[in-house]
Structure formats: C-alpha cells, structure tokens
Design a protein around this ligand. Structure first.
Ligand code: AHR
Length: 508
C-alpha cells in the first residue's frame, strides 16, 4: 500500500476554470461527420439527418465547445462549397485525406447541430490555399447582422440571425510539412497578423488563436511560437498547442510519463508567450488553446489515413481505446486543470469514430469508448475554481520523464454549490494508494456526494459494440471523511473523481 497526501487551501487558487477546457473536435475526416454526427436515413436520425444516438452521447460527454471543420481538411476548404442549397453544392477531392467531399454538411448544418448538442462552435479559417480575404468574407457571412452581400446571402440560405461565432482559429498546423500550403514561421506570422486584423475589423468581439506547434517534437518548436507571436502578439488572444500521446514502448509505466511531458509543454509555451510579451513590455497575456489532443498511435500509419480510390467518408484512424489510454486521457485532463490559469480552451480530438470517444457503426449502434469516461466525469464535476494543490507522494523514474509521482491530482472548488471535487490518478501499476486529503478552509463538516473510479484489472481491456461497458466507472466505497480531512483508497492504475460538500452548519 502506498501512502500519499494532498493539501489545498480555499484561498490559494490557480484560476477560475474556463469550461471551454472540455472541448472536442469535428473534422471532415473519415466517418466523423458522415456516418458520425450526420447520417440521414439512420434509425435515430432527426429531420436534419443528425444521428440522435450520437447527439445524446455528445451531451452526456459534457463537451462545451467543438472545433470545426478541421484539422488538415481546413487548409484546402472553400467555405462557400458548404452553404446554400444542398443539391447545388460541388463535390470535391479533399487533398488532406484523399477522400471525396460531397459538401452535404457545411457551416449552417454544423451550427444547427451545435444548438441541438448544446455546445459552443469554434471555427477555423483556411490559411493554406486561402488567406485574409476569404477569412473576412467567411466571418461576414457568419457574424454580420445583415445589409451586406454576404450577410444577406446567409439570410437567403435560411439563417436570419447571425451565427455569432466567437472563437476562430487562424489556420491549422501551419508548421507541418504535411499541411496543404505549409508555411515558415515568418510567412505564417505575417498572414496571421493581417488576417487577424481584418477579421477584428469585421467583428471586434471575436477571439483569435494563432497556430502554435503541431507537436512538442517538431524541429521548429519554440522558435515557431516566438517568431509567429513576434508578428501577431497584439492581434491574437491565444496560441494553439497540439499533442497526441503514444505507448509505442508498450509500457504503462513509461506511458504515464507523457502526462508530465504535457505539463512541461504547457509551461514552456506559456513561457515563450511571456518572453514575447516581455520584449514588447506588454501587459497582455496570451492564453493557450490545446485544440487537438488525445491518444493516437495504433492507427498512425499512412494506410490508416488514406484509402485508395477517393472514397466518400472511408473509415480512417478509428483507434480503439483501452483502459490505459483512458488513464492517460484522465491524467492529461488533470494536467490541463492544474494549468487552468493559461489553458482556457482544449479540444479532445476528435468526437466520433476518428480517434473519438464515441464510436458508431454506419447504419448501426453507437457506444462509449474507454476514453469517454474520464472526460465525461471531469466535465460533469469540473465547475468552479482550480485550487493550488500540494501533493506528497512517492515517485518513480522512466525514460519518458525522470520523476513521475504515483499520485497525480487536481482539486476544484465550486463556491456556487459548496462542493469540492478531487480528481486523482494512481499511477502505480501494482499498489493501492491511501490518500489523505486536507481541504483547508473549505468547511469542517463535510459529506460525501459521490466517489467514482475508473479501473480495470486488464490495462488492454476495450469497449466494443458487443461489450460496450467492459471499462466503465464504478462507485468507490473506500472513502472516509473526518472534519476537513478525507481519506480515500485508490486502486492501482485508476482514475478517480470524488466530490464532497460542506454542510451548511460546517461551512467556513
Ligand atoms: O485529428 C487528426 C489530424 O491530426 C488533424 O486533421 C490534424 O490537424 C492533426 O495532424
């Protein structure tokens, strides 16, 4: 048995939690749109062709904001192709995924779907084959009230009210040689600046994210962020970070180290932003948008990304997630929450089928992958302020990271309803862990609201259509509360969410 301590104080706050940290991503790729969120003719499809089972799971997932329409797809996309009468829309070859795009689903369909899914939309503008002019026109089509050619065109298309899309990505992964019209940092920095400038003139209320690095291992990492921001610091609000975790070493102990690498990545990018700010003697802080993150390695080969013959919506990168992947996703969420002062937006990539927490069969069922659960639990209970927690725990060393504490945790306090939630990962593969949690100043008389654990003795266990609940949350009965102290026993290799509440009499 391992012993660990976790201490928080009501007055030591990292930040208010921005709920946009629980974002996801819908790209025109594989079966994410077609056969995922949109499948006219499916038994659960509504009058708009949206799958009802996927909509229901999307709501249950608790995702708050969704990035659309790509991804690599964005860099070759003409937004005009996806609006107006569906039977007049062009069929195109998509050079990102070598697929045929029918454009039967586009901006207005996504907006309609967003409302039904109860999520905020987050759009990208194409800075690959297009540029500032297209971007400002697209924004005018979406957000302008009326009385201009493009806003009136939207009305003609049946959308009287502006879509009022607040968050915009200035391109996608422009540092990657795989990107359609990849750019150097100098080229992209200039384009991002000028695009941001004209977009703000069209709608001063929007928030803009410049592309950061596609991965921490990119050869241009660090200098890319610095050079890009050196151009557009004053015009953008966010810089993006993308990361996909892998367990190529097939060692869970090594795998847990990627969570520490994410924490380092976040802190490094924040430091680079601040260095550019310092050079300008600016009071402005650039925030981080981790707008693509997930586990992705089992289907990371070229044959998983391209199907010959330009098919429509072929199955691409349909990664099947196991228990250990779910623990990594849970750990990554803890890392983001502990950096909530800088990470204000994050998107688990993607939502359905394509490296998705939701899996469907075209014409058939939909089910929850293992990674669905840590995300849904964190989103359901992640409201309020993230507290600065101090953890005392044994650690181990791995090749991925030199010091990996077995206990990895975050604490979120919600003054609105008096609850405090501990989210904790036990990274020991063999030992249970008894954690003593000290909730200083948060009310001496506490009651347990729930204690939920995600654990399976087989780290390779997966959820399938036939057995969709193999890896699923269960109640943890090993919790005792005594005044401001709570003791909880965590199973080895488990992700845990425990919420307690101060009773009115004991409220501090
Ligand atoms: O999410 C899949 C792809 O990964 C995205 O299209 C791209 O931005 C990233 O490289």
């Amino acid at each position: 048995m391992l012993n660990a301590k976790l201490i928080v104080d009501r007055d030591f706050v990292v930040s208010e939690l921005d709920r946009r940290i629980f974002g996801t991503f819908v790209e025109h790729m594989g079966r994410c749109v077609y056969g995922g969120i949109y499948e006219p003719g499916h038994a659960t499809a509504d009058e708009d062709g949206f799958r009802g089972d996927v909509l229901e799971l999307t709501r249950e997932l608790g995702t708050t904001i969704i990035r659309y329409p790509g991804g690599n797809f964005l860099s070759g996309y003409n937004w005009e192709d996806g609006v107006g009468p569906a039977d007049k829309r062009p069929v195109r070859r998509d050079l990102a995924w070598f697929s045929t795009e029918t454009n039967q689903f586009g901006t207005n369909e996504f907006m309609k779907w967003s409302k039904k899914a109860n999520i905020e939309p987050m759009f990208g503008v194409n800075l690959g084959t297009k540029g500032a002019d297209e971007a400002r026109q697209f924004l005018e089509y979406c957000n302008h009230e009326g009385g201009s050619a493009l806003s009136d065109l939207r009305k003609e298309h049946g959308y009287e009210k502006p879509h009022d899309i607040k968050f915009w990505c200035l391109g996608n992964e422009m540092d990657g040689p795989w990107q359609i019209c990849h750019k150097t940092a100098e080229e992209y920095g200039r384009v991002a600046l000028e695009t941001a400038k004209v977009m703000r003139w069209v709608d001063p209320t929007i928030q803009l994210a410049a592309c950061g690095s596609s991965h921490r291992n990119m050869p241009t990492y660090g200098s890319w962020e610095y050079q890009v921001l050196d151009h557009c610091y004053d015009e953008v609000d966010f810089i993006s970070l993308h990361t996909y975790f892998n367990n190529h070493a097939d060692s869970a102990a090594e795998y847990f180290g990627v969570i520490e690498l994410l924490d380092a990545f976040i802190k490094e990018v924040a430091a680079i932003c601040d260095a550019v700010g310092a050079k300008r003697r600016s009071h402005k802080k650039i925030m981080l948008s981790l707008d693509e993150w997930n586990v992705w390695y089992k289907t990371h080969k070229i044959e998983n990304m391209r199907v010959p013959g330009w098919p429509e919506a072929p199955p691409l990168i349909e990664e099947v997630y196991n228990t250990e992947d779910a623990l990594i996703v849970g750990g990554a969420l803890i890392a983001m929450l502990n950096n909530a002062d800088r990470v204000k937006v994050a998107c688990l990539a993607q939502l359905v089928n394509v490296i998705g927490p939701i899996m469907t069969e075209t014409g058939g069922d939909a089910w929850r992958q293992t990674i669905f659960h840590p995300f849904a639990l964190a989103s359901k209970h992640g409201h309020g302020r993230v507290l600065r927690s101090v953890a005392e725990s044994d650690s181990y060393s791995a090749k991925t990271f030199p010091e990996i504490p077995y206990l990895y945790a975050t604490v979120i306090d919600n003054p609105a309803d008096g609850t405090t939630t501990v989210i904790a990962l036990n990274r020991s593969l063999t030992d249970s862990m008894e954690v003593e949690v000290e909730l200083r100043g948060l009310g001496a008389d506490r009651e347990l609201v729930h204690a939920t654990e995600l654990h399976h003795s087989n780290l390779k266990a997966v959820n399938t259509k036939e057995a969709p609940n193999t890896v699923a949350p269960k109640a943890n009965k090993d919790v005792t509360i005594n005044g401001e102290r709570m003791t909880v026993r965590l199973k080895p290799a488990s992700f845990n969410v425990i919420t307690t509440k101060a009773t009115p009499a004991g409220n501090a």
